[in-house]
Write a protein that binds this ligand. Structure first.
Ligand code: AKB
Length: 361
């Protein structure tokens, strides 16, 4: 994979020269073209930020590009690109979203490791290099996932209900292993980085992490994840296309709307540090079974054609994810409170917006 800047290199040098060699202030978002990136760029832009620097493997949509100071089509594993970002910008905040999701990662686990772990190391290294050079701490926001959990069996999954951040951390997927290790890397870079080096500089990073449940967006459809059955089912209902759900009807995992996930991510980023008692926080809003999701979809789209055809391997992954997550730490440390139940999410956000999307073609 090659890292190619959308703006030609000569033009970037010319821009740097015009700025008198000075670096521009920036908020960096990796994986910016993905589902979360779309929402995050819009929310940051609405909050008045004009210094967004977005990077994604694919070219960023023109509509999003207009909200950014600079966009790059490139690979976070490309050291040359990371070096250019380091030379051009002063980042005080980094949202590292780029990742290969759980289903996709099981087909190419080594590549997933390169992207999910190697990419994380590159971004953390960029963050500490930046902090050392401009003298301010860099806030590093990292979305992890319920995939870090590994429930040993269905009986345990059903009996324990909502799990806390430090329970059942034995993931069975490459993506889950990568996310769990990346959480530890963030904590290490924030608290122990180069702890034996004589020239160690303390406190370069402010690392904050959310563990997302399955996310449901009205604007985009996910790809490569294993929680995708929920958004796929609802979008198929609106599009009036038949949907064969790849998990059993009794499958239960937590979800939230994309809007609530973005709000929570920004709330954690802005939270008063003195209130934070941990680096990593669970997030979730509702935890329906796949059958309950199907019933809710049929309630709003009465002719939705949903059948269940479980895929044994993908089912096996979802069965290791908890039925629900305990979000009490996020609630007490930074007032996390999702604004939607499944019903209100469907009624007020998902159904109106998704319907409009499919009406518009
Ligand atoms: C996936 O299904 O891989 C993701 C996740 C739960 O992190 N949506």
């Amino acid at each position: 994979m090659s890292g190619q800047s959308e703006t030609p290199h000569s033009e970037l040098s010319a821009q740097a020269e015009r700025r008198g060699g000075r670096r521009s202030a920036g908020i960096l978002i990796s994986g910016a073209g993905g589902e979360v990136g779309h929402g995050l760029i819009r929310a940051l832009s609405e909050a008045g930020h004009t210094e967004i620097v977005a990077i994604d493997l694919r070219e960023i949509d023109p509509e999003l590009r207009a909200l950014c100071r600079e966009t790059f089509a490139g690979d976070i594993c490309d050291q040359g690109l990371i070096g250019r970002l380091n030379a051009m910008f002063e980042f005080t905040e980094i949202y590292h979203l780029a990742a290969l999701l759980s289903t996709r990662s099981e087909f190419i686990p080594e590549t997933a490791h390169d992207v999910n772990v190697g990419g994380m190391i590159n971004m953390l290294r960029l963050a500490v290099d930046q902090a050392r050079s401009h003298g301010r701490r860099v806030r590093f926001i990292y979305p992890s996932s319920i995939a870090v959990y590994g429930m040993p069996d269905l009986k345990t999954k059903r009996s324990v209900g909502a799990v806390k951040e430090d329970q059942y951390l034995t993931p069975t997927t490459m993506y889950g292993c990568n996310k769990l290790y990346a959480e530890h890397l963030g904590r290490y870079y924030a608290r122990h980085y180069r702890q034996l080096a004589e020239d160690r500089v303390h406190d370069l990073l402010d690392f904050r992490c959310v563990r997302y449940p399955g996310l449901i967006s009205a604007e985009t459809l996910p790809s490569g994840g294993t929680s995708d059955f929920a958004p796929e089912m609802i979008h198929a209902g609106a599009a009036r296309t038949p949907y064969r759900c790849f998990v059993r009807e009794d499958t239960r995992i937590p979800f939230m709307t994309m809007g609530d996930a973005i709000d929570a991510t920004l709330a954690l980023a802005q939270a008063d540090e003195s209130r934070l008692t941990q680096c990593v926080y669970n997030l979730g809003a509702f935890a329906p079974t796949a059958a309950e999701l199907a019933d809710m979809t049929r309630r709003f789209f009465p002719d939705a054609d949903i059948t269940f055809a479980p895929d044994t391997a993908r089912q096996g992954i979802v069965d290791t994810w908890p039925e629900d997550v305990d979000c009490s730490a996020a609630a007490s440390d930074w007032d996390f409170k999702p604004s939607h139940t499944l019903e209100s999410a469907m009624r007020d956000v998902l159904v109106p917006r998704i319907s409009e999307r499919y009406r518009a073609g």
